[in-house]
Design a protein around this ligand. Structure first.
Ligand code: PRT
Length: 107
């Protein structure tokens, strides 16, 4: 089932050349990065509201919207789901406290 991420990523790549009148994804690309980021913010907020409401089905629905829009962002940035999966693999088994301590300092 995890193959759906790669299959969807392939469709999102194809939509780069699609008609915004017939493709939601092409319309989102045409609106630009800010529109994609706005959708991610909205879907994240809707996920929070769903979780606070305690309805598991709604949480799944909203998280699917959120994951979908983050996949659109990945494609827009020229990245693939495997880039994120590789980062999660790298972190696997590493305590969050250790991982944070090993991050480069930003100041
Ligand atoms: N998985 C999805 C998917 N999940 C959610 N959405 C769309 O994301 C939008 C979510 O926005 P909201 O729920 O906020 O609804 P809305 O308020 O009407 O949205 P806006 O008007 O604010 O954009 C809706 O239009 C959903 O239909 C998706 N649209 C497309 N896909 C996949 O992407 C593929 C390509 O889609 P098209 O480019 O449209 O062919 C599809 O075959 C699907 O596999």
């Amino acid at each position: 089932m995890s193959d759906i991420l790669n299959r969807l990523a392939a469709v999102l790549e194809e939509r780069r050349n699609a008609d915004p009148k017939t493709s939601y994804v092409a319309a989102l690309y045409a609106k630009g990065l800010d529109a994609i980021l706005k959708k991610i913010g909205e879907e994240a907020t809707e996920t929070v509201i769903a979780a606070k409401g305690g309805d598991q089905r709604q949480v799944v629905y909203e998280l699917a919207d959120l994951w979908f829009h983050t996949l659109v962002l990945l494609a827009e940035q020229g990245l693939k789901p495997d880039d994120i999966l590789a980062e999660l693999e790298r972190r696997f088994g590493l305590s969050g406290i250790e991982e944070k301590a090993a991050r480069p300092r930003r100041d």
